[in-house]
Design a binder for this molecule. Structure first.
Ligand code: NAP
Ligand code: ZN
Length: 368
């Protein structure tokens, strides 16, 4: 068995005010990598900038990361990092800015381009990476992965390097209170996918079981409250719910850092690149089908999980139905011809608990 998460995690209310001084250990000039507006909307910038000023840390704000970060923009971030003589990355946002920030650090340290970034032989060093999540979904703050989009090839693919673990991550549930209901649901479903795929993966180990069980329970018990029509912010149920989802998301990251993801993620990437479906929703759309496909091979693990939750698989499926996840578009023949072979070749396929055929993938797509 094996367990290793080299990231120092601070998780508390007002985390930056209480622990932000730690950033001073890592560098003197930061590239702040963010999406268009979430670093502001979430309140992170309001808390962070005075701390950087008080520590004498200079910064450059790069807020051009869009959802499903484009590799050419990541390359632009690397150039800015180098031109401005930065010496650390502070990535603020959901998985997209965190993944982009991690890749920028690696690219800048090894002077890599979009063409040679994915070759692990080129990964010799990285600048310190600090992460501040504003969604509760990807767990990217504690994983060694970065998932990038390539518009030229219409593909989305991840890669991993131990060098991309963030040195320190600051988690504060209040930064997720500005999320829309849709992003809250989709990101929580992404976290749920990570936890379940950790259980399914052929790299599962028992160190991970407490994270998986608790994480699934936190989402099952709290997601519906967070997206129900109720006042945001001050409401205690919301507060507890937001904390629970952030914890579950972090657990999911800890899990996939060890197990990787499986077919459930591979099958979702083409739904994002071809139909614009969000990452979490893409996983949610196929969650039941994947569970049914894997069940004969991991039946004990699944029975034990549902025993812990004190529900049946059918109860779980009914709960998923209440989240109203559906695909607006129709899957086309051209999509299947182009994307099924791509799914078969993806790296996550190595971690399925059983062999999976092209036909099984086609059947899942056709069930949407
Ligand atoms: P995201 O793409 O980072 O953000 C989704 C949307 O939410 C964006 O419009 C963003 O706005 C907005 N947003 C984020 N935080 C907000 C806040 N606090 N208030 C209001 N709006 C906010 O979403 P994500 O689901 O967290 O990340 C998905 C990406 O992560 C995918 O590319 C996926 O492949 C990747 N991923 C990585 C890992 C890993 O281990 N590295 C694991 C799973 C998934 P802005 O545009 O302004 O930021
Ligand atoms: Zn994911």
């Amino acid at each position: 068995m094996y367990f290793n998460i080299p990231t120092k995690i601070y998780f508390e209310d007002d985390v930056l005010k209480k622990q932000g001084h730690e950033i001073g250990k890592y560098g003197k000039k930061a590239l702040l990598v963010a999406g268009r507006s979430s670093a502001e909307k979430s309140g992170v910038l309001r808390d962070l900038l005075p701390i950087l000023d008080s520590l004498g840390i200079k910064y450059v704000y790069f807020n051009e990361i869009m959802e499903n970060p484009e590799i050419s923009i990541v390359e632009k971030g690397k150039e800015l990092f180098q031109e401005q003589n930065c010496d650390m990355v502070i990535a603020i946002g959901g998985g997209s800015p965190m993944d982009a920030g991690k890749a920028i650090s690696l690219m800048a340290a090894n002077n890599l381009s979009a063409q040679n970034l994915f070759d692990v032989n080129n990964h010799k060093k990285a600048f310190p990476i600090i992460t501040i999540p504003t969604t509760s979904g990807t767990g990217s703050e504690v994983t060694q992965y970065s998932v990038l989009n390539n518009a030229k090839t219409n593909t989305k693919a991840g890669f991993g390097s131990e060098l991309m673990f963030s040195r320190v991550s600051f988690l504060d549930p209040k930064y997720t209170e500005s999320l829309s209901d849709t992003v809250t649901r989709d990101t929580a479903i992404d976290a749920l996918s990570h936890l379940l795929e950790g259980l399914y993966s052929n790299k599962y180990n028992e160190f991970l079981q407490p994270f998986i069980y608790s994480g699934v329970k936190l989402i099952y018990d709290n997601l519906s409250h967070c997206i129900a029509a109720m006042p945001k912010g001050e409401n205690q149920v919301q507060r507890k719910g937001r904390k629970s989802l952030m914890l579950a998301s972090n657990y999911g990251g800890i899990v996939i850092a060890h197990t990787s993801t499986t077919l459930q993620h591979s099958i979702g990437y083409p739904l994002t690149t071809s139909y614009g479906v969000s990452h979490g929703l893409a996983n949610g759309l196929v969650m039941k089908q994947i569970m049914n496909l894997y069940e004969p091979h991991i039946k004990d693990r699944l029975d034990n999980l549902f025993g812990y939750l004190k529900i049946s698989k059918l109860d779980f499926f009914k709960w998923l139905d209440t989240l109203e996840m559906s695909l607006e578009q129709k899957i086309t023949e051209t999509f299947l011809q182009e994307k099924v072979p791509e799914v078969m070749k993806s790296r996550n396929m190595a971690f399925n608990p059983c062999p999976v055929s092209e036909n099984e993938i086609i059947n899942i797509y056709n069930s949407l």
